[in-house]
Ligand binder design. Structure first.
Ligand code: ASP
Length: 461
């Protein structure tokens, strides 16, 4: 790796990587070679190169993939570049091998802030070569690794749950996957592992987490992605305080470990009820930063006591978060009389005005869960068909449990000071849910549609 050359002054080494830039100085040429660890200056002096390397020296252009063998030399005092990690040395090339040439990239792989995003996404593998993207991928890796280590130290285990499943109603439309083996039946892609993590609590897992992909087929309002990642977690035998405490501790330690330049405005995180947040800040995700221009300020806050239900606009009520939230113990009496006044034992973690995470204590009793479904207007048949498995599971000694699910994309976005989550996802989709690199969604052959028992009904425009 380029970074290691500084410890190898005087030695012959081989480096592999890409030409970041080339400068000619008379007969000499200077290359900035790039690999994941950073840049390294390479000097090409014709007299120092072997014959084959000398012959191809003029061909070398930006983004060529090369292997260069040479001697690591200390740079002269005046040539030291303090902005480069390897700025005290340079590589005097002896042998250059072109591993693969490169076409001229469609955009300069330097500062991409002004580059058209569709081009960046179409050539994402080039975009990911830029320092900005390398930094974001590294930060994301650090964040996820920290979370995994932290939770494993706390006794959680990571369990994978299915991606082909049955609906989890959390307010969004689900992606449908037709079943080939079972005609006219469908799987859906989960909006979150909500039901599975609750079933894992019934199973006795006690402390679960998963770096989980979630899928939501929404009209792409704002900064959303059809698939995104949550640190999904669930615990048994806990109160709301326990869930908030472990998540708060994780966030504080995570910031210290992966983004030490950031300052958290207030610890313990301030707490505010949903009602007060809306009344006092006009938002259920208040931005509590003291200085909105400070890129290193992180203002976390908890918003608690969300309403259990909201008006569905059609004379009925719908779950404000999801139907598995436990009603606030003080409000159980209101369920039959004034359901819209019932608070839930549910909470959000808000960061700089973004909803980072939602969670709740869950219902673990059959009767109460059934009642909530009824209040949501489901018939006995609908309840049985959609949620019979949950209700039945609750009849086998389901423990009290609760959890939450911090959004990984959004957290990394804020830590990276990026303007949207696409910048911290390796292969994101556009605002209208297209993958420009792969060209998805795409047509499929008639034969495959037939196998899946699907007939396309052209839409009337
Ligand atoms: N499944 C919920 C969500 O995706 C989070 C939770 O309640 O744990 O928002």
């Amino acid at each position: 790796m380029n970074r290691e050359t500084v410890q190898n002054e005087g030695s012959t080494v081989s480096v592999c990587g890409w030409v970041n830039s080339r400068r000619n100085m008379g007969k000499l040429a200077f290359l900035d070679m790039r690999d994941r660890s950073g840049l390294l200056q390479v000097v090409l002096v014709p007299a120092e190169l072997d014959d084959a390397s000398r012959a191809l020296m003029d061909e070398i252009r930006p983004e060529y993939c090369l292997r260069i063998t040479g001697i690591v030399n200390r740079r002269g005092e005046k040539q030291v570049n303090p902005n480069l990690e390897t700025g005290s040395v340079e590589l005097l090339a002896k042998e250059v091998e072109i591993l693969n040439p490169s076409k001229t990239p469609p955009f300069e792989l330097q500062d991409t802030a002004q580059v058209n995003e569709e081009i960046r996404l179409t050539y994402r593998y080039l975009d990911l070569r830029t320092a900005r993207m390398i930094k974001n991928l590294d930060l994301r890796d650090n964040v996820v690794a920290f979370m995994r280590n932290f939770l494993r130290r706390e006794g959680f285990i990571e369990v994978e749950t299915p991606v082909l499943t049955k609906g989890t109603p959390e307010g969004s439309r689900e992606y449908l996957v037709p079943s080939r083996l079972h005609e006219s039946k469908f799987y859906v892609l989960p909006q979150s592992p909500q039901q599975f993590k609750q079933l894992l609590m019934v199973a006795g897992v006690e402390k679960y987490f998963q770096v989980a992909r979630c899928f939501r087929d929404e009209d792409q309002r704002g900064d959303r992605q059809p698939e995104f990642t949550q640190l999904d977690m669930e615990m048994s035998f806990v109160t709301q305080e326990d869930v908030l405490a472990i998540n708060e501790r994780m966030m504080v330690e995570l910031v210290k470990a992966v983004a030490p330049e950031k300052r958290i405005t207030q610890v313990p995180f301030p707490r505010i009820s949903y009602r007060d947040a809306v009344d006092q800040h006009g938002s259920d995700k208040p931005d509590m930063r003291k200085d909105k221009n400070d890129p290193n300020e992180l203002a976390f806050c908890w918003v608690v006591d969300f309403p259990m239900f909201e008006d569905d606009g059609q004379g009925g009520i719908q779950a404000a978060h999801h139907p598995f939230c436990m009603p606030h113990p003080d409000d159980l009496d209101l369920l039959d009389t004034e359901p819209l006044k019932v608070r839930a034992a549910s909470y959000d973690l808000v960061l700089n005005g973004y909803e980072l995470s939602s969670g709740s204590i869950r219902i673990h009793k059959h009767e109460l869960q059934n009642k909530i479904f009824e209040l949501l207007g489901l018939s006995a048949e609908q309840i049985e068909a959609r949620f019979g498995h949950m209700l039945e599971a609750f009849e086998y000694g389901a423990p009290p449990h609760g959890g939450m699910a911090p959004g990984v994309d959004r957290l990394v976005m804020i830590l990276a000071n990026e303007p949207n989550i696409r910048e911290v996802i390796a292969f994101p989709k556009t605002g209208d849910a297209r993958d420009l690199l792969m060209g998805a969604p795409s047509d499929v052959e008639k034969k495959r549609l037939d196998e899946a028992h699907i007939q396309i009904k052209p839409s009337k425009h």
